[in-house]
Design a protein around this ligand. Structure first.
Ligand code: FES
Length: 617
């Protein structure tokens, strides 16, 4: 299947019970077998097509656009709401509202844009004490006078005590040593106690992974020298089964082999990234001996193929929160066959290994004065504490800051409107200076702050309509952007591409903002401290790092009093995974997660009141 498909009028022949999906960038078409009446979205996803979506086919996100070339079905109410007239006339429909019919011809809009994801920036100035270590040894083959077995001979040569080893490792070593006088000269140990194998590679390697719901970042690290080598980033292709963790869990509960499908999807992604890291660095994936993974609790369950249905329903119980160490091959990951996969521990169902990784990266547990860590995503994870105590909560912000619940919203991809300034002639910039595709989280935070500043938005979040703005003395080009579209007040960002933000989008932003801000306030109140007691505010995660702190404070996402204390924490979850890979004594692997007190926001009697108060802009 091509990566880069576009709408086209091409069509292919079809037989009676066959649905033809036309994939066109390389002029190919693919005939898919479908049952008459089957849901088109389910068919496409089941056949491995990556269909844009945020709701996993539940007809709530309006993102799964496809073009029906021949006789598009009558548009549904949902489609009339989210598709433009032009799209409707061209036969564009939402895949999850279309039932397959015989001979239907469908063209997918399946652009795989470049995603802006933070990697492992800068050098890692860390204690270096990896679990994986390599030792040279001098091999001398047996003689009639020295009939010690090969394993004893290796262990003696390495001046080590007895090691544990798996049957596979024993078989490999016995085969290599059977008749050969020239052996690889390095032995690779795990935690100084398990012999993983013998090697002629002078170095051994590990991979640190930040497994996000939307994106994945992975770094290759030389574990002999303690050097990060390469980082690659990409999309989590589980996205085809739902944009957020709830949709994915829903998929595992309602589809036969749903967990297996999602596990396979993510292991494929990670395997491809490992291969690409190794290709870039010119090393063999069989020289990679450990993978450490930070990720939210659901992602870690899905990586291991573990049932996670109870995470989605009250009282939100995870299957596991401790770190899990298994042979990587058991999870389907392709590194050295005896290598390990180690997941970072989590605090609870919604405070995952990514937050724990960020705690490790920011060293919150060593801070003399209290610090705040805020990771803004679909769930905002917030941690407050210092070297004596830590408390954490998870705020269900919804997908507004990731663009999913915004009419023309998009993730942090090339072409996303990432910053807005209504005072300049060009009122926005896009990632990669590409043609605008939609607005991402940092752009929408800017826009809301600016609309408020220009008086176009009331404190309640109500947008002023075109007939209410005369007194604002706006410039003509600015006032022309205020309009009503389909009866709803909207601000037009780009006339040519029809990208606007409307009143409903502003409400979504208010909800997301209020959830996160309420979380911050609840933790501060639980701790019984004041803003001035907080030394630093670490802003973690992709969106947080690109967001303007000024704008975030202007809309009340971050308290005004704390804005000058904000520090970007880059990709703290990936950094945390890298630290765990490079240092077997990393604090978060020693039970620290059990000492972090989880505060359930919905149980706090102040939550409703705070949530209502912080809806204001
Ligand atoms: S509306 Fe179809 S996947 Fe969301």
């Amino acid at each position: 299947m091509s990566d880069d498909l576009e709408f086209s009028e091409a069509a292919v022949g079809h037989s009676e019970d066959c649905l033809n999906v036309v994939a066109l960038s390389d002029k190919e078409s693919h005939d898919l077998r479908a049952h008459p009446g089957q849901n088109l979205y389910q068919l496409l996803v089941g056949q491995g097509y990556s269909v844009e979506n945020a709701c996993g086919g539940r007809l709530t996100c309006g993102k799964c656009k496809v073009k029906i070339v021949n006789e598009a079905p009558e548009a549904t109410i949902e489609e009339l709401e989210v598709l433009t007239e032009k799209e409707l006339n061209e036969g564009v429909r939402l895949a999850c509202s279309v039932l397959v019919r015989e001979g239907m011809e469908v063209v997918l809009e399946n652009i795989k844009p470049e995603v802006k994801i933070l990697g492992l920036e800068g050098n890692l100035d860390l204690p270096f004490c990896p679990r994986v270590s390599r030792f040279d040894f001098d091999w001398s083959p047996g003689t009639l006078n020295d009939q010690r077995d090969s394993l004893t001979r290796i262990q003696t040569a390495g001046s080590r005590q007895k090691f544990e080893l798996s049957l596979n490792a024993l078989k490999e070593i016995a085969a290599l040593t059977a008749f050969d006088s020239k052996l690889p000269v390095g032995m690779v140990l795990y935690s100084q106690s398990e012999l993983l194998g013998i090697t002629d590679d002078p170095n051994c390697y590990g991979v640190a992974v930040d497994l996000g719901t939307t994106t994945i970042a992975a770094s290759l690290i030389n574990l002999t020298k303690g050097l990060p080598l390469e980082t690659v980033t990409g999309l989590n292709n589980q996205k085809a089964y739902g944009g957020d963790v709830i949709s994915r869990i829903h998929y595992t509960l309602h589809e036969k082999k749903g967990i297996e499908t999602l596990q396979q999807s993510v292991t494929n992604d990670i395997n491809n990234m490992i291969q690409s890291l190794c290709d870039k660095a010119g090393v063999s994936s069989s020289s990679v001996y450990e993978i450490t993974v930070s990720g939210n609790t659901t992602m870690l369950h899905l990586l291991l193929g573990v049932q996670c249905g109870s995470i989605a329903v009250s009282p939100f119980i995870a299957g596991f929160t401790d770190a899990v160490r298994v042979k990587a091959r058991e999870a389907g990951l392709n590194i050295h066959h005896e290598g390990y996969l180690l997941t970072l521990p989590a605090v609870s169902a919604y405070i995952g290994g990514d937050t724990v990784g960020a705690i490790q990266a920011t060293r919150l547990f060593e801070a003399e004065r209290s610090c705040l860590l805020v990771d803004i995503g679909t769930n905002g994870e917030i941690v407050l504490g210092n070297r004596d105590w830590m408390i954490a909560c998870s705020a269900a912000a919804g997908p507004a800051f990731e663009g999913a619940s915004i009419r023309h919203g998009t993730g942090g991809i090339e072409g996303a409107i990432d910053h807005v300034n209504l005072e300049t002639e060009e009122i926005y910039t896009t990632i990669g200076q590409k043609k605008p595709l939609g607005i991402c989280g940092s752009g929408i935070v800017d826009l809301v702050a600016q609309l408020k500043r220009f008086g176009l938005l009331e404190e309640t979040g109500r947008m002023l309509g075109p007939d209410e703005i005369d007194e604002l003395n706006l410039s003509k080009p600015l006032s022309e952007r205020v309009s009503r579209i389909a009866g709803i007040t909207a601000f037009m960002l780009d006339f040519e591409h029809g990208i606007y933000v409307n009143q409903r989008d502003i409400r979504e932003v208010q909800l997301a903002k209020s959830a996160i801000r309420s979380g911050i306030e609840i933790l501060i109140r639980h701790a019984g401290i004041m803003y001035e007691d907080i030394d630093k505010v670490y802003i973690a995660g992709g969106f947080g790092n690109y967001m303007s702190i000024e704008s975030a404070a202007a809309i009340g996402l971050i308290p005004e009093e704390l804005k000058h204390k904000c520090v970007p924490a880059d990709n703290a979850a990936l950094r945390g995974a890298a630290i765990v890979l490079m240092d077997e004594n990393a604090a978060v692997m020693n039970g620290l997660h059990k000492e972090i007190r989880h505060i359930e926001m919905s149980c706090d009697p102040r939550f409703q009141e705070l949530f209502m108060a912080f809806m204001a802009l």
